[in-house]
Design a protein around this ligand. Structure first.
Ligand code: SF4
Length: 470
């Protein structure tokens, strides 16, 4: 690293919300004249955007910080920044445990990054706020993809699921004005975006704080009217708030993809009550039936926690029965681990690790069997894919996603990412499909913004689902 260079490297942990926040943090740094670096070694600013959902998140952070400190000892001008949920939760602890960190900021004050970096010239600069000062969407963004964009529709959560730390670190729910969301999507289309994913901790309660009633269905209809937009996805809806008007909007709006991630967490009514999920297995199944009646080809995925405190074999049998009945296209299954600042962490009857592991393996085996059966339905069908780029495992193949969010690999025929391909499905597996393209690519993105490789702007260990989002 040359001392006069202004370069940055961001490592992101956690969910899509954090990935999107990292795009904002990168955008602000670029607005200040910083350019991306390819490694922590080469960057004048190294930023960790942290997550506190996973077990041992702090151990991993301090391990990463220790590594960068050893580089900073050789490069004294290097700045180390810690942002995100763990910073919000741990506050001054980071200052005490890692005094060499230059800047700490929380989830509510992303916009303070440039000022805090400037202030750090005079010494460590730490700021954690309790409320969001600027809705993150108002900040500049450096998107990771030219053709896909995350769009925040709300931040925070008013629920109190007993396993979840999100309300403690992201605050009360705050919805964004619908006109602002639609305007942002229109601007994104001008930049070459064809697919947007609407983000919120509980997208179905979107708008309740604006005019007293949820407005998510109205938002879907408004986006369906945006000319040129090809696909809309969203994550995540809370089952208790997933209403008939949203299902109708999904069915009626051609732009909304036929996929819903509906986190169930458990099949046991007793555990759902302990989790404070506000629905029963029966009411959840009613919602699933409502979706399948309206959208027969819909793909349904979920999150499930195995080994929640007090889970008995009978409770777990209820989860297995529910999974067998719903027949999910995919499930993110998690072994329960206590998270500080959550009610469940203080509950009695935490389960031995080996019991949780054995149940987890049984559930994973069942879900794999079901996923094989669900994916086999697509054999011989032609699917429209949005091409995502070159396959990570096989450079001779491309990867794309169906409207139902299934990953498909097919031989590289020169298609660029962000364009559409019709692909005949020739083989199916539990977690992906294979196919062969059957027509010429439909170019939908301006040539200037397409590429054969995605740019590694920020390193990420983000997951595509987590047990703490609805
Ligand atoms: S799991 Fe989802 S709905 Fe429940 S408190 Fe966490 S963010 Fe809110």
């Amino acid at each position: 690293m040359k001392t006069e260079e202004r370069t940055y490297f961001i490592r992101t942990f956690g969910c899509q919300m954090n990935e999107h926040d990292s795009e904002r943090l990168a955008g602000m740094l670029e607005a200040e004249g910083y350019t991306p670096a390819s490694s922590t070694e080469d960057a004048s600013v190294v930023l960790f955007n942290t997550c506190c959902i996973r077990e041992n998140a702090d151990t991993r952070l301090y391990g990463n910080l220790g590594h960068v400190k050893s580089i900073k000892d050789r490069q004294p001008g290097k700045k180390i920044v810690v942002a995100g949920c763990l910073a919000q939760k741990d506050r001054s602890l980071i200052q005490r445990k890692a005094p060499y960190v230059d800047v700490v900021l929380g989830t509510h004050n992303l916009s303070s990054l440039p000022r805090l970096l400037r202030d750090s010239e005079a010494g460590p600069s730490f700021e954690i706020l309790e409320q969001t000062e600027t809705f993150p969407s108002a900040l500049p963004t450096r998107r990771n993809s030219p053709w896909h964009a995350w769009v925040s529709i709300s931040i925070g959560c008013n629920n109190s699921c007993t396993f979840c730390i999100v309300p403690a670190v992201r605050g009360r729910e705050e919805s964004r004005r619908m006109g602002d969301i639609v305007s942002e999507v229109e601007r994104l289309l001008d930049d070459g975006v064809v697919e947007v994913t609407l983000l919120g901790q509980n997208v179905n309660s979107y708008g309740r704080d604006l005019d007293g009633t949820p407005m998510f269905a109205r938002l879907l209809y408004a986006l369906d009217d945006v000319e040129g937009l090809m696909r809309v996805r969203f994550t995540s809806p809370h089952p208790k708030d997933f209403r008939a008007d949203s299902v109708r909007a999904m069915a009626e709006c051609g732009v909304v993809c036929e996929h819903i991630h509906l986190p169930v967490q458990s099949g046991s009514d007793r555990l759902l009550k302990r989790m404070k999920r506000s629905y029963t297995q029966g009411r959840y199944l009613d919602k699933v039936r409502m979706v399948r009646d309206a959208i027969p080809d819909v793909a349904i995925t979920t999150d499930i926690i195995v080994g929640f405190p007090g889970e008995t074999e009978a409770d777990f049998a209820q989860t297995m029965a529910l999974v067998s009945e719903v027949r999910y296209d995919g499930a993110y299954t998690f072994q329960y681990s206590p998270r500080p600042m959550t009610a469940a962490a203080d509950m009695p009857d935490h389960l031995p690790k080996e019991v949780v592991q054995e149940r987890y393996e049984r559930l994973a085996a069942l879900q794999d069997e079901i996923a094989i059966e669900r994916n086999a339905r697509h054999l011989g069908e032609t699917e429209e894919l949005l091409v995502e780029g070159i396959s990570k495992k096989d450079p001779g193949r491309l990867t794309g996603r169906t409207r139902t969010n299934k990953l498909v690999h097919f031989p590289d025929d020169g298609a660029t990412e962000g364009t559409f391909r019709n692909v005949l499905i020739t083989a199916t597996h539990p977690h992906h499909l294979e196919g062969e393209s059957v027509d010429a690519p439909v170019e939908t993105v301006p040539a200037a913004s397409t590429s054969r490789m995605s740019l590694p702007l920020v390193a990420t260990t983000a997951t595509s689902g987590c047990s703490s989002c609805s």
